[in-house]
Design a protein around this ligand. Structure first.
Ligand code: ADP
Ligand code: GLC
Length: 486
């Protein structure tokens, strides 16, 4: 097996900079791919957190005047991941998250910032760093989408290109007046180019020009070809169905391992599930819930956005909380939802515990101490928290959409008797069906033998990257071979 070189391009990477699951995937996949003889380098912007995390750094490209300031590409590594960092202080040395200032407003020059990322990715793809000339350039989400447009409009030889959609809801649309400034030719502004509903579409460009498109679950790969979940791009995606596939995400099973997890009160595994009780007590204490070993304790770990359906969960709570149920919520995002959750907790602190913010350690404790994890998403490309929940014996209660449908087996009667059930699914996504699912889960929880079996089944599922990474490896190999033939 010959080795393949892949340049992965993204705006986030765990453990350095993360706003969601994209970072987890971009951080974990290269490590899993090493075992498949895929050599990955990841290009990310030089945010302050990135430049300070670099363990080693060597300048490999000098760009004296790049979009109004000096820039360079550094080669280095961090936490076992080989990186190229686009060090351009005037674009990336800013506080806040990768996309917005600390007060939450998107940076006004995001088009330029992420066009710059795509421009450099394309250059590296075409050999500007001779020590690493990739066979494949793999772009993740809209922030990296323009890479494939730059490669397309260049007349030099190019590598194979892959575009992965982690979330079609974020598309990166910017005014057409920027076309010249971001270095795209005037004739690229057509429906067959980067034009998208009168704007420049970064994700659209990536999808239009990639040799292969992937998304993060087989069901989402189908859903995005239909108007309901296609977010305006379903027509394009249907037209490219022959190169579109879904590959499920995995999780880093060394970070998410209940037997060794430093964040939890008591370690456990499938043979020592009784230790979860200690984590339940710790979680109740941490969020000020009533100490109650018999309560059915639900957990939520989520961005608070329309996608995640947490408004539906709020509406379900009055109906189910009278039934000896508690809930522990960790999340941040939409200010209105945050306030509504805070108010619910203030009104009923014994049963509703809410922590607004981002807290890695509490996320682990919720997985270890909650009896079930609720993920009522309206759409979910893959979802990672239900995978962690399976591994931690927190039974996932999920809507039957996207990757949730692909990773959870509903505890209906045949699956319970066949010992294949791993969670509870509901559809369509409404307050009523969610309420019914919570009640059904509660009834199952009260049947200790059945619940225990569902936990065991979940914990036996392989949620690691191992065989999922091998699907990316075959895709790269097939594409590299096809490109050689060009
Ligand atoms: P998405 O990327 O759509 O937000 P995923 O389920 O794919 O959803 O990934 C979310 C990731 O972010 C998971 O690793 C989850 O544990 C983590 N996460 C989400 N919200 C929080 C939070 N408030 N605190 C800590 N971790 C969080
Ligand atoms: C996105 C999706 C989520 C997916 C993650 C990583 O943020 O919302 O479903 O798990 O990307 O692919």
């Amino acid at each position: 097996m010959s080795s393949i070189r892949v340049l992965s391009v993204a705006s986030e990477l765990y453990p350095i900079v993360k706003t969601g699951g994209l970072a987890d995937v971009v951080g974990a996949l290269p490590i899993a791919l090493k075992a498949q003889e895929i050599e990955t380098r990841t290009l990310i912007p030089g945010y302050p957190a990135v430049t300070s995390a670099l363990e080693t750094a060597e300048e490999v490209l000098d760009l004296s005047n790049f979009h109004g300031g000096p820039a360079r590409v550094l080669s280095g590594s961090c936490a076992g991941i080989e990186l190229f960092v686009l060090d351009a202080a005037h674009l990336f040395a800013r506080p806040g998250n990768p996309y917005s200032s600390p007060d939450g407003a998107d940076w006004p020059d995001n088009a330029i910032r992420f066009a710059a990322l795509g421009r450099i990715a394309a250059d590296i793809g075409q050999g500007s760093i001779p020590a690493f000339a990739p066979d494949i350039v793999h772009a993740h989400d809209w922030q990296a989408g323009l890479t494939h447009a730059y490669l397309h409009y260049s007349d030099r030889p190019r590598p194979g290109t892959v575009m992965t959609v982690h979330n079609l809801a974020y598309q990166g649309q910017f005014p057409r007046e920027l076309l010249n400034e971001i270095g795209l030719p005037p004739d690229s502004f057509t429906v067959d180019g980067v034009e998208y509903y009168g704007s420049i579409g970064f994700l659209k460009a990536g999808l239009r020009f990639a040799d292969r498109i992937t998304t993060v679950s087989p069901t989402y790969a189908l859903e995005i070809q239909r108007p309901q979940h296609g977010m305006g791009l379903d027509g394009l995606l249907r037209g490219r169905a022959d190169i579109l596939s879904g590959i499920l995400n995995g999780i880093d099973t060394s970070v998410w391992n209940p037997a060794t997890d430093p964040h939890i009160a008591s370690s456990f595994d499938a043979d020592r599930l009784e230790n979860r009780a200690i984590n339940k007590v710790a979680l109740q204490e941490r969020l000020g819930l009533r100490a109650d070993p018999e309560a059915f304790l639900l957990g939520v770990i989520s961005r608070m956005s329309w996608q995640k359906g947490l408004d539906l969960l709020l509406e379900s709570l009055p109906a189910v909380l009278s039934e000896h149920i508690q809930i522990a919520v960790l999340g941040s995002g939409d200010p209105e939802l945050q306030n509504r959750y805070r108010a619910a907790a203030e009104a009923d602190p014994a049963q509703i515990g809410v922590w607004i913010g981002y807290d890695e350690s509490l996320a682990h404790l919720i997985q270890a101490g909650a009896d079930a994890l609720v993920v009522p998403s309206r759409f979910e490309p893959c979802g990672l928290t239900q995978l962690c929940a399976l591994r931690y014996g927190a039974v996932p209660i999920v809507s039957r959409v996207g990757g949730l449908a692909d990773t959870v087996v509903d505890a209906d009667e045949p699956n319970i008797f066949g010992n294949t059930a791993t969670g509870i699914e509901f559809e369509p996504v409404t307050t009523q069906t969610l309420t019914d699912a919570l009640r059904r889960a509660h009834a199952l929880f009260r049947n200790r033998a059945v619940w225990h079996q569902i936990q065991q089944n979940g914990m036996a599922v392989d949620v690691s990257w191992h065989h999922r990474a091998s699907q990316y490896a075959s895709l790269y190999r097939q594409l590299a071979k096809a490109r050689q033939a060009v």
